[in-house]
Design a protein around this ligand. Structure first.
Ligand SMILES: NC(=O)c1ccc[n+]([C@@H]2O[C@H](COP(=O)([O-])OP(=O)(O)OC[C@H]3O[C@@H](n4cnc5c(N)ncnc54)[C@H](OP(=O)(O)O)[C@@H]3O)[C@@H](O)[C@H]2O)c1
Length: 256
């Protein structure tokens, strides 16, 4: 008995690759140190061009130089709208925007001055809101934006109600901007405690006590690294179906 050859199987289309970063323009407002600089390192290594923004010119110049000739920098203060307008005027196009820039005070409502209590909203919430607003005309049609939050939004580590609320508001802002700016994708990264530049500036005894507490409170019993958070940001840059989401690279802190 003979049988006719079965028809050639229809080839299954290859899965769509995540958007590559080679040749793309990445802007990191708050890129002169910490998580922002770590994102810049990874983006440059993947073939992107990056522009770093921040307030301290010396720090930015040194950071950009460490990244090589695909990195540039310009000064910007996200709490100053004229400064934001100048910064984004100097940029032609943005494929990916990350906005970790912020400086603020954290503490209990009954202890902080009003201006300190308001500082997370002034710097971290409105700073990112206005950064995206001034960047918007330069975003390409398939651009992505990643906002910076913090896992205190879902699990307050201590009495710091304005800071907790600010992070929760940023996660809401990400959802709201995803709706307004589509097809530009907007997501939020909300890390737990990170053993990196920010904590290195704080007194050793405060840092060690916080890291020990975080070890007890999280499922993985340690703070994260800047590289682990940067990897989450690159995922949000490049995964073309992610929008309106918040990722929690926090070692399981929010679950306990
Ligand atoms: N590290 C953690 O444990 C952790 C955890 C959760 C969330 N986060 C969030 O991550 C963000 C950054 O943290 P990081 O760990 O990468 O610390 P970082 O090294 O201090 O990075 C912040 C960067 O933003 C810049 N910056 C601050 N205020 C600015 C402003 N008004 N305008 C422009 N640039 C400004 C700083 O440079 P200049 O001072 O030169 O401007 C600095 O390079 C913060 O929003 C923080 O809440 C951090």
């Amino acid at each position: 008995m003979t049988s006719s050859p079965s028809p050639a199987p229809t080839p299954t289309p290859a899965p769509a690759p995540a958007a590559p970063l080679a040749g793309r323009d990445v802007v990191i407002v708050g890129g002169g140190s910490g998580i922002g600089l770590e994102v810049a390192r990874r983006a440059v290594a993947a073939g992107a061009r990056v522009v770093l923004g921040g307030r301290n010119e010396e720090k930015l110049a040194a950071a950009a130089q460490s990244l090589g000739d695909r990195a540039g920098w310009a000064a910007v203060d996200t709490t100053d709208k004229e400064s934001l307008a100048r910064f984004f005027d100097g940029i032609d196009r943005i494929d990916h925007l990350f906005t970790p820039a912020a400086s603020y005070r954290v503490g209990p409502m009954r202890e902080l001055s009003d201006s300190d209590a308001e500082s997370p909203f002034v710097s971290k919430f409105w700073g990112q809101y206005h950064a995206v607003k001034y960047a918007a005309p330069k975003l390409t049609a398939d651009a992505s934006v990643v906002l910076m939050s913090g896992a205190a939004s879902v699990r307050p580590p201590a009495a710091a109600p304005a800071y907790v609320a600010c992070n929760a508001a940023i996660e809401g802002l990400g959802r709201g901007l995803a709706v307004e700016l589509a097809p530009v994708r907007v997501n939020v990264v909300s890390p737990g405690t990170v053993d990196g530049n920010l904590w290195a500036q704080r007194p050793a005894e405060v840092r060690e006590a916080s890291f020990a507490q975080y070890g007890r409170d999280s499922l993985l019993h340690r703070p994260g690294t800047e590289g682990e958070i940067a990897d989450a940001v690159l995922f949000l840059f490049t995964n073309t179906f992610m929008t309106g989401s918040t990722l929690y690279p926090d070692g399981g802190y929010a679950l306990r």
